[in-house]
Design a protein around this ligand. Structure first.
Ligand SMILES: *[C@@H]1O[C@H](CO)[C@@H](O)[C@H](O)[C@H]1NC(C)=O
Ligand SMILES: *[C@@H]1O[C@H](CO)[C@@H](O)[C@H](O)[C@H]1NC(C)=O
Ligand SMILES: *[C@@H]1O[C@H](CO)[C@@H](O)[C@H](O)[C@H]1NC(C)=O
Ligand SMILES: *[C@@H]1O[C@H](CO)[C@@H](O)[C@H](O)[C@H]1NC(C)=O
Ligand SMILES: *[C@@H]1O[C@H](CO)[C@@H](O)[C@H](O)[C@H]1NC(C)=O
Ligand SMILES: *[C@@H]1O[C@H](CO)[C@@H](O)[C@H](O)[C@H]1NC(C)=O
Length: 405
């Protein structure tokens, strides 16, 4: 009897222990929300946005860290917003391929196809893809005619996201910009893949604005416009190990189109490779602009392969001629360094610094620039306008501001 009771007790204790262990594991793993359990069809035709949205809402109100899983499969997804704030960190794991509707008329939100808003401690990861299916949109793109192109959706719009990480996902064939990082703080984008054809219109890779502490590292970008662009209010931004091309290069700007733009300050672009791009690294501001600031910009350890204009400051940026080109920009550019830039230029004018007649560029520094041009109309050269006492050090090919000497 005694021994049987002990057995029962032991069995009971073991059960309890297992239960406790299970619940600890459950808390450690948080809760999982597989969108298939919320009605996602994954047939590539039915709109699965409602299922994803419901799974997200369930995860977002969880007081434990949780994961929303989009498993392998094809999902047709209309406009979708991942809305915060959430009660605990949420991770979105994307293994499947999300397809955007081709028809432009279904997009009523000015934001994007997929939007993330007002979330702290978000993690987006997985080898999944977000396919904007943009080829019809590019053919209907009127940006060059009208000068604005707000009618097209961005693939992925991140707004007011803090202390977060986005990694490994791919964005394909966006109708407009691939990713827009707006009003975000302390966000790392790691190993992002972006693909759109060279001819696709306004398909910038990653655009950042009104944000600070953003780290883009290890991105691989092939697209039809800027690979990375930094709009006004970009502060403490690190862009590293990005490969870009085809595309228009890595840009600060364009700045000076609107009133009350916030300063761009503290940008480092380092250890990047640009291949067959239209520009390498550049700063662009509109003429006839309100006042603005871009300062403390460092471009370092950059390889240029067959880049049309490797280094460019363009304060007369005026695509499609929708501006008064003859009135100088009021954006003040200062403390810009180009260091250890090497490779090949596709044109002989490899370095072009066109600053504002009204506010010249100040403290521009160039060191260790080694670019080659193989065309018959060489040699390789540089040209500066309105650059105040540029400083040069190390070996420079082309020489800094060749036209000043
Ligand atoms: C572009 O312009 C054409 C002709 O004016 C119009 O039919 C089309 O809807 C416009 N595209 C967009 C995306 O607004
Ligand atoms: C930045 O975000 C990461 C999470 O991605 C977090 O671990 C880190 O503490 C945050 N840094 C600051 C200064 O808040
Ligand atoms: C950016 O993120 C990468 C990868 O996590 C890290 O190695 C690097 O130190 C970060 N850089 C900055 C400036 O935060
Ligand atoms: C980036 O850094 C790594 C490690 O320091 C180096 O091997 C590579 O050549 C660098 N690439 C460029 C483009 O500077
Ligand atoms: C150089 O870049 C241009 C695009 O600017 C491209 O058409 C051409 O094929 C590239 N040449 C090489 C040798 O890669
Ligand atoms: C700007 O650059 C100049 C020259 O390199 C340097 O003396 C100055 O301290 C810099 N300004 C700031 C605010 O760092």
């Amino acid at each position: 009897m005694v021994s049987k009771n002990t057995d029962h007790l032991m069995a009971g204790a073991t059960c309890l222990l297992i239960l406790i262990l299970l619940s600890v594991i459950r808390i450690a793993h948080g809760a999982d929300f597989n969108i298939k359990n919320f009605g996602a069809k994954a047939d590539g035709k039915s709109d699965d946005s409602q299922a994803i949205s419901t799974a997200w809402k369930a995860a977002c109100v969880s007081t434990d860290p949780s994961t929303v899983l989009i498993p392998n499969g094809k999902y047709m997804v209309g406009s979708l917003t991942f809305q915060g704030p959430c009660k605990a960190p949420v991770s979105l794991q994307v293994q499947g391929n999300l397809l955007s509707p081709i028809d432009l008329n279904i997009f009523n939100s000015p934001n994007g196809w997929i939007s993330f808003q007002n979330i702290d401690r978000l993690m987006v990861s997985g080898a999944g893809t977000f396919d904007g299916q943009g080829s019809l949109a590019w053919s209907q793109n009127n940006c060059s005619k009208t000068g604005t192109c707000n009618s097209m959706p961005i693939n992925l719009a991140f707004t007011s996201i803090t202390n977060s990480k986005i990694q490994d996902i791919s964005s394909l064939n966006s109708k407009l910009f691939h990713m827009n990082i707006l009003q975000c703080k302390n966000v790392t984008l790691q190993h992002i893949i972006i693909r759109a054809p060279q001819e696709s219109l306004n398909t910038d890779g990653i655009h950042i604005g009104l944000s600070s502490g953003i780290n883009v590292t290890g991105a691989d970008i092939k697209t039809g416009d800027d690979c990375v662009s930094l709009g006004d209010g970009s502060q403490q931004i690190n862009i590293e190990k990005v490969t870009c091309g085809p595309g228009h290069g890595i840009s600060v700007g364009s700045l000076g189109k609107y009133h009350n733009e916030q300063p761009v300050r503290g940008v480092t672009v380092r250890n990047c490779t640009l291949t067959s791009t239209m520009f390498g690294v550049r700063v662009k501001t509109w003429p006839d602009s309100p006042s603005g600031v871009a300062s403390h910009l460092l471009f370092e350890d950059i390889v240029m392969n067959n880049v049309s204009t490797p280094l460019l400051i363009d304060q007369e940026y005026c695509p499609y001629d929708h501006c008064k080109a003859e009135v100088p920009s009021r954006v003040k550019i200062s403390n810009v360094s180009f260091k250890n830039i090497r490779g090949t230029s596709a044109t002989k004018l490899a370095v072009k610094l066109t600053c504002s007649r009204r506010i010249p560029c100040k403290n521009v520094q160039m060191s260790d620039i080694s670019l080659q041009y193989n065309g018959k109309d060489g040699p390789i050269t540089s040209e500066c306008k309105n650059v105040l006492k540029p400083s040069a050090s190390g070996k420079l090919n082309p020489p800094a501001c060749a036209n000043y000497n």
